[in-house]
Design a protein around this ligand. Structure first.
Ligand code: BYC
Length: 474
């Protein structure tokens, strides 16, 4: 179904046929725009940005490109088409027809999942609001704005579900989405990683690689939901999410590439000399990776989670690619081996698979992260640089779950607090590292120009070259 872009709220959910819902969403819209102007990308209101906008959810036509002023972006509500005869794929209702209305007994669980998902979207826009002032190239600036607009649309997606299916409390939750703010002491965002700062572009590339990838896995497991409107909404969100992770994968890769070039030009591996040449040494990249990977691992919740088991049994939230998994999709009898901290030591322990679905999703995530890291390592090999970036142990620097009770080194040893304190600056970005990275953040936004610490991309957007005028400043 194509989308009427001229509608006040473009949509493919027949909004005109539900006047009450349409009015409710239209009354939320001005608050959203006010929020965007106040906490969206700083100083960007009048820029014309070469953005893609969803015009259809069909595989080959879901995006079209053109110059847009961001407050006029056509944020809309788009869901994937229904699958005829779809049944609930897992849990105790497995095989029954999917729900098109919220089942009463699961109302609060579903609302909670939707609110938690929705809360992350504006949070990330808030975290990134100052980055546009220090973009390393016009291409990167445009990509940042694209991501921000799409996170805004993902908020719309969740707000639609709240308004359409949860009545008055749904509307209240939608209001709250714009009242909590990233890092706000009194009204913080719900999940830890979304209250961290994204103060520089290296952090941003790491965030889009590691934290947006959590989005991929959480959205994939919600896309399996027996509540069909949620499943279909998340399916479409995933198509947009792919580009966000592309920015992370290629962003870090371009930083690695530039560092290798500088190392080869100067024939040095001395971090001080690399920094003096305006590039980021590989040791610092490793520390940023350690930080963003560990805070993103926390986003999967506890290893053993009755919440997650209940969501699964109820048919609300499944596993990554549920249908490809060869088991009974009920999991009451299944077992899973988990890496856990017990009596101060790291052990493999067998648990009931149902209680371990958070960990299963985290396993899938870790595997996916490793693919990207291996690609970065290949860049170093190609430049004949003898260095390897490594994902730290999953227990390293954790604030949620079993490992939060101990100090674990990146190579997976339980260590004392004193040893941690002695080494923390070697494992995580120190204040000095952060100050150095921030010192590199200077806007470099003429078409075709690029900052000293990152290589240009191998290709531009929508078939245009790197030096295309992706943003027109007004
Ligand atoms: N921070 O039983 P547990 C994205 C709480 S990213 C703070 O393990 P559960 C995006 C938990 O709420 C994807 N609190 O929890 C990326 C619970 O609280 P209560 C976002 C945390 O429910 C980039 C308690 O600890 N989507 O889209 O199994 C840019 C017990 O924990 C945290 C979703 O997350 C934390 N990290 O798992 C833009 C999907 N972790 O009940 C966007 C929806 C746990 O004691 N959310 N807690 O008060 C969920 O599925 C689940 O809420 C979680 C937590 C997986 C997050």
């Amino acid at each position: 179904m194509s989308i009427d872009l001229n509608a006040r709220i473009p949509n493919n959910v027949n909004l005109t046929e539900d006047r009450r819902l349409q009015r409710a969403l239209e009354s939320w819209q001005p608050s959203f725009i006010d929020w965007w102007k106040e906490l969206g990308p700083e100083g960007s209101i009048n820029h014309d940005v070469y953005l893609r906008t969803a015009v259809s959810v069909e595989a080959e036509g879901w995006a079209n490109f053109g110059y847009v002023k961001m407050p006029e972006y056509r944020w809309g509500i788009f869901v994937a088409p229904p699958v005829e005869g779809r049944t609930i794929p897992f849990g105790e209702h497995k095989g029954q027809p999917v729900w098109n209305e919220v089942p009463g007994e699961y109302r609060s669980s579903l609302r909670r999942l939707i609110v938690t998902q929705g809360d992350t979207e504006p949070a990330s826009v808030e975290q990134q609001r100052l980055l546009g002032l220090t973009a390393p190239s016009m291409y990167d600036l445009r990509n940042l704005f694209q991501v921000n607009c799409e996170e805004g649309r993902h908020l719309w997606a969740m707000v639609y579900l709240l308004h359409a299916y949860f009545g008055r409390d749904g509307r209240e939750e939608a209001e709250m989405m714009l009242q909590r703010h990233s890092g706000d002491v009194d009204k913080p965002r719900i999940l830890g990683a979304f209250n961290e700062e994204t103060p520089d572009w290296l952090s941003y590339f790491m965030f889009t690689f590691f934290t947006d990838r959590d989005g991929k896995f959480q959205l994939s497991s919600l896309a399996e939901s027996g509540f069909d409107p949620l499943a279909r909404t998340c399916q479409f969100m995933l198509t947009e999410e792919a580009h966000h992770m592309f920015i992370g994968t290629t962003g870090v890769m371009r930083v690695v590439s530039r560092t290798c070039e500088v190392m080869n030009e100067l024939k040095t591996d001395d971090p001080e000399k690399i920094r003096a040449a305006g590039a980021i040494d590989l040791q610092t990249l490793q520390k940023y990776m350690n930080f963003h990977y560990s805070v993103s691992l926390d986003l999967f919740g506890q290893e053993i989670s009755t919440n997650a088991a209940n969501y699964y049994t109820a048919g609300l939230k499944g596993r990554f690619e549920e249908s490809k998994i060869d088991d009974d999709h009920v999991l009451k009898e299944g077992v899973a081996n988990l890496t856990m901290l017990e009596d101060g030591a790291i052990k493999e322990i067998e648990y009931n698979a149902l209680l371990a679905v958070n960990e299963r999703l985290r396993d899938d995530y870790v595997e996916d992260c490793q693919i990207g890291v291996s690609r970065w390592n290949k860049v170093m090999k190609r430049h004949k640089i003898n260095f390897e970036l490594k994902l730290p142990h999953r227990g390293f620097h954790r604030a949620i779950g079993t490992f939060s009770e101990a100090k674990i080194s990146p190579d997976g040893n339980v260590i004392s607090k004193a040893e941690w304190d002695k080494n923390a600056d070697n494992w995580l970005p120190s204040e000095e590292d952060r100050a150095f990275v921030i010192s590199l953040q200077k806007a470099c936004i003429e078409p075709g120009k690029i900052a000293s610490w990152v290589a240009p991309p191998s290709r531009g957007i929508d078939g245009h070259p790197f030096d295309y005028e992706y943003v027109r400043f007004n």
